[in-house]
Each structure stands twice: as C-alpha cells, then as structure tokens.
Design a protein around this ligand. Structure first.
Ligand SMILES: CC(C)(COP(=O)(O)OP(=O)(O)OC[C@H]1O[C@@H](n2cnc3c(N)ncnc32)[C@H](O)[C@@H]1OP(=O)(O)O)[C@@H](O)C(=O)NCCC(=O)NCCS
Length: 158
C-alpha cells in the first residue's frame, strides 16, 4: 500500500465526512449515538476544512482518501499557546494498518510549534486510549461532561 499525506481542501469534504461517520459509527458503538453523512454535515466540514484556525490533512492509500487529522489551538481550555488534536479518524477498512500512526506523526510535527498539546476523548473507550498511548499521549486526569470525556496531553518537545 502506498500512503501519501497531503493538506486537505474543501473539495475533500464528502469523502472526509464518509470516513468520519463510518469510523464514528464503528468505533463508538454503544458509547455514542450513530451519526449520518448528510448534506448539512458535509457543508459544515467543507467550511471547517477551509478555515484558517485548524490545519487538516488527509491520508491517501493507493490514491484514495482513507483517513484524516486536524490540529489547531486549544478550544477547551481556550489557549492560543496550547495545541489541540482536533480530530483523527481512519476508514474502518484500514484500521490497524498504521495509517492512524502515520497521520498522528504529521499532526505531532505540526503541533511541535506549541509547548504542549491536549485532546479530548471518551472515558470508556480503551481502543482510542491505547492508540493515543502508542503515540506517547497520556491521560492527565482532567475530565469534562460529568466524567464522560477525558483529556490526554502530549509533552511535544521533551
Ligand atoms: C483510533 C484510530 C484513528 C486508529 O487508527 P489506526 O489506523 O487503526 O491506527 P494504527 O494502525 O496506526 O494503530 C497504532 C496502534 O494503536 C493501538 N490501537 C489502534 N486501534 C486499537 C484498537 N482497536 N484496540 C487496541 N489498540 C489499538 C495499537 O497499539 C496499534 O498498534 P498495533 O496495531 O501494532 O497493535 C481508528 O481506530 C479510528 O478512526 N477510530 C474511530 C475514531 C476514533 O476513535 N478517533 C479517535 C478517538 S476520539
């Protein structure tokens, strides 16, 4: 499999949403309600992919988009000095092939402009947490949403 990572554009929105929705519904079964790839979601993503606040990349596997990642300044807490991994998702057909790690390395390279970075994930989601730990993120004990979401942190330059 040939993998290429490139900056995302608004034109990628339909395929990005397909992957986001499929990976959400496969990964969060029993944890979150299923979601749909409707026109409104595609339109929101087209706007997000084109904004200046967040940087987005897609991974192409043998020429087809198979994953995405986005980073930007932290939204919770709001802190322009703190980086945030916004979203990472891989097409379920490509899970456990290293694509997520590949995308994460791109994100971490860009996050190195910050001293530290955070991300929020579900509390009862060991698969996601194993993935984050495999790229040296750690749970720092911060929670929100009544403990349903947990913060992970990355000490980027250490
Ligand atoms: C999390 C996600 C991005 C991982 O993508 P991926 O391409 O499968 O990740 P990789 O193949 O690079 O996996 C790297 C390591 O992470 C860990 N890991 C990944 N998926 C795992 C799982 N389901 N269970 C346990 N560990 C897992 C493993 O240590 C794995 O290494 P290994 O395959 O050599 O054992 C993908 O599963 C996904 O899109 N999930 C749905 C959305 C999601 O969970 N997003 C992030 C949380 S909010």
């Amino acid at each position: 499999m040939t993998v290429q990572i490139r900056a995302a554009t608004a034109e990628d929105a339909p395929r990005v949403v397909e992957i986001y929705v499929d990976s959400w519904n496969a990964g969060f079964t029993g944890l979150m309600p299923p979601i749909e790839a409707d026109d409104a979601r595609i339109q929101r993503w087209a706007t997000d992919l084109a904004n200046d606040r967040t940087s987005w990349w897609v991974a192409e596997a043998d020429g087809s988009i198979a994953g995405l990642v986005g980073i930007g300044p932290s939204r919770d807490p709001v802190d322009p000095q703190l980086g945030e991994l916004d979203t990472i998702a891989v097409d379920p057909a490509h899970w456990r092939t290293g694509l997520g790690t590949n995308l994460m390395h791109t994100a971490l390279d860009a996050l190195a402009a910050y001293q530290q970075a955070v991300l929020w994930t579900l509390a009862n989601y060991p698969q996601g947490q194993r993935f984050y730990e495999s790229t040296v993120w750690y749970a720092d004990g911060t929670t929100r949403a009544d403990g349903h979401q947990v913060m992970f942190r990355h000490d980027l330059n250490r």
